[in-house]
Design a protein around this ligand. Structure first.
Ligand SMILES: [Zn+2]
Length: 343
């Protein structure tokens, strides 16, 4: 646009060389003599809106304190390392340095070996909550809810399970027979019973859990028979490992103790159910007690929203137990023992 460019340009400022500043030493600073001044206590304002947090519970608690909290008599030392606590529901025996423990002589496993400080035995608070407290209730019947049980005969179809040491018989057939015998016994005790399979068919683990979901089952029981390379025999009853503890069986799977699984919402009732069934099987059938065990990798346990257990009702790799399991009378006893736990 004309008229805007006619103004004469201002003269360029004459070049001025930068001033050279000669650094001067800093002036001396007067240092006052240090003298003692008492520390000033600044009162901390109390935040008014933060809710009061309950005091953190100590991880380890004296066994005697736990007994007192539960209204039980003081623990009695029964050997150099073992302590017994009696309750109306029976006696616990806990041993320093080992997770193996017993309730009324039936084996179970703590998450942490009890330890002594200055001769005073301590237990982990997780064991108090997740192992000891449920066992104090074992003599109470299981909670029925709507009264629906899903029975899960292990394996099936192309998944034959373990093979009997005695010959051409497989776990999948025995577990189905066990479940079919158990069903009417539970129905006679007022339960509605649904099986995850009633024939020799392949059932994915996720489908087994889905069936329990669809049935809104109150309880899930998976039936299996065991195998081992070397001489093992007896009964194991599994339930999900509580968060914060190590499992007793990992089978080389990861065992992330810091993970809370859906099934952990049922920790109390699952152990209660496991010990009731475990005890009944041992009372009614002369099997070796390999204990209530903890596992985290078993899919049928970890994703359940209901009390869930897995029974390993003897070893098909053991000649005596394989012979027993091959007998229909014995399998009827296995079924009756489980049913009695659910009366
Ligand atoms: Zn199995």
């Amino acid at each position: 646009m004309p008229g805007t460019t006619g103004a004469s340009r201002p003269p360029s400022p004459a070049y001025q060389p930068p001033r050279v500043v000669t650094p001067q030493p800093p002036p001396p600073v007067f240092q006052p003599r240090p003298q003692y001044t008492p520390p000033t206590v600044v009162p901390q304002p109390v935040p008014p809106t933060i809710p009061v947090q309950p005091a953190a519970r100590p991880q380890w608690i004296p066994l005697q304190s736990w007994a007192a909290q539960m209204g039980l008599p003081a623990p009695v030392r029964v050997s150099a390392t073992a302590f017994q606590i009696k309750s109306a529901a029976g006696a616990f025996q806990l041993t320093l340095g080992t997770r193996a423990a017993s309730w009324n002589g039936y084996k179970f496993h703590l998450g942490f070996a009890p330890a002594a400080t200055n001769g005073v035995p301590f237990i982990h608070s997780l064991d108090a909550d997740k192992n000891l407290a449920p066992l104090l209730q074992v003599n109470r019947p299981v909670q029925r809810g709507r009264g629906v049980i899903v029975l899960d005969p292990g394996h099936g179809g192309i998944d034959v399970g373990t093979k009997s040491v005695l010959g051409n018989s497989f776990e999948k057939s025995y577990t189905l027979d066990w479940a079919m015998r158990l069903k009417p016994l539970l129905e006679a005790r007022g339960w509605k019973v649904v099986l995850t399979r009633t024939t020799d068919r392949t059932v994915e683990l996720t489908e087994r859990v889905l069936i329990a979901e669809q049935q809104q089952a109150d309880i899930f029981i998976s039936l299996h028979l065991n195998a081992a390379a070397a001489g093992a025999a007896g009964l194991e009853t599994y339930c999900l490992t509580p968060a914060g503890m190590a499992s007793t069986l990992t089978r080389n799977y990861a065992d992330p103790a810091n993970v809370v699984l859906p099934g952990n919402s049922q920790d109390f009732q699952s152990l209660h159910l496991a010990m009731r069934v475990h005890r009944s099987l041992l009372q009614n059938i002369g099997m070796a007690d390999r204990g209530v065990q903890r596992a985290r990798f078993m899919a049928v346990l970890k994703t359940q929203q209901r009390p869930a257990i897995l029974i390993e009702g003897g070893y098909l790799s053991d000649r005596n137990e394989a012979k027993n399991i091959a007998s229909p009378d014995y399998r009827q006893k296995l079924a009756l023992a489980v049913a009695k736990a659910l009366e």
